[in-house]
Design a binder for this molecule. Structure first.
Ligand code: SF4
Length: 300
């Protein structure tokens, strides 16, 4: 149920329903690659994706899963000694490997003290029943949540950004994941090339049909070294880069339109300054959320 003091159901509401105590996500980089780069489903990757992030010098993939989680725990435990944790396999495509390898990594994470669950970020075309069956077994003792990068419900957009999967693929994967009793989160980007406000609202309507447990949005960011940055500099594609006020209006419209049973985790994301071309809002995620909540409360 929606907390009436909040203008929408947020991620804290979702976590509070699933876990007994306050939870913190700890990001894990388990050294995965991406099927949209290595030729499994495509090459070149999504046009907005930063090639440099595939450099082995970035991230903590040199550390084991256990080491990464223990480091993360140390950081939070100083301030919140009773905190419990969820291991978040976030970087790249965290189901892209053999089942044995995947289960070894997930079980390693769950063996770390104080880890009560897993969030596995992946593409909707990189999941199968055999893996879901094993995850459903794990879910009996520790919660497993699958997070799919859907990005848009418009196939024309998905083609333009070289996602190499369709919206129907997302719909099917969500249904299959649900069959195994697992919670599902979806991720979307607002302002993708060629997308109008109507197209973004169409995506919201489709989210309402699929009804994931959680949803994340973020503004399109133009990142140095990406194909998208190149395409824009050559005028091959046009993108709508929102001002903060325009983006607040868009997000307020989404909140009004989205099924209130779906928890919204976030609306923005911020790439490192050295990589970000635009938009450069200089706002942290929580600062944007506060602005949005004020706007929604004022215009109730
Ligand atoms: S955005 Fe995700 S799916 Fe697309 S190329 Fe990058 S890692 Fe792969």
């Amino acid at each position: 149920m929606c907390n009436t003091s909040k203008p929408y159901r947020d991620y804290a509401d979702y976590l509070a329903e699933r876990f007994q105590t306050k939870m913190q996500k700890l990001t894990v980089n388990a050294g995965f690659t991406c099927p949209n780069r290595d030729g499994t489903v495509g090459t070149g990757g999504c046009t907005y994706c930063n090639n440099q992030s595939f450099s082995p010098s970035l991230g903590d993939a040199t550390l084991s899963v256990t080491e990464q989680l223990n480091r993360g725990k140390e950081f939070f435990a100083r301030k919140y000694p009773t905190m419990r944790y969820i291991a978040y396999f976030q970087s790249y495509t965290n189901t892209h490997g053999s089942i044995t390898h995947l289960l070894n990594l997930y079980n390693e994470a769950l063996a770390v003290e104080d880890i009560d669950g897993l969030i596995i970020g992946t593409r909707p075309d990189c999941i199968n029943k055999e893996l879901l069956k094993s995850l459903a077994e794990i879910n009996q003792r520790k919660r497993v949540i699958i997070e799919y990068g859907a990005e848009s419900a418009n196939d024309a957009t998905l083609r333009l950004i070289n996602r190499c999967h369709s919206w129907q693929c997302t719909v099917d994967s969500v249904a299959m994941t649900r069959e195994f009793g697992l919670d599902v989160g979806l991720h979307f980007i607002l302002g993708l090339p060629g997308e109008t406000a109507e197209m973004m609202m169409h995506t919201v309507d489709q989210i309402n049909v699929v009804k994931p447990d959680t949803v994340k949005f973020h503004q399109l960011q133009i990142i140095r070294g990406t194909r998208l940055a190149e395409q824009i500099s050559r005028n091959e594609v046009t993108v709508k880069l929102f001002t903060i006020d325009e983006y607040l209006d868009l997000c307020a419209e989404i909140v009004r339109r989205i099924d209130p049973s779906i928890a919204i985790e976030r609306f923005t994301s911020s790439s490192p300054d050295t990589l970000l071309i635009s938009p450069r809002w200089g706002l942290k995620n929580y600062e944007f959320t506060n602005l949005l909540r004020n706007k929604l409360t004022l215009h109730k």
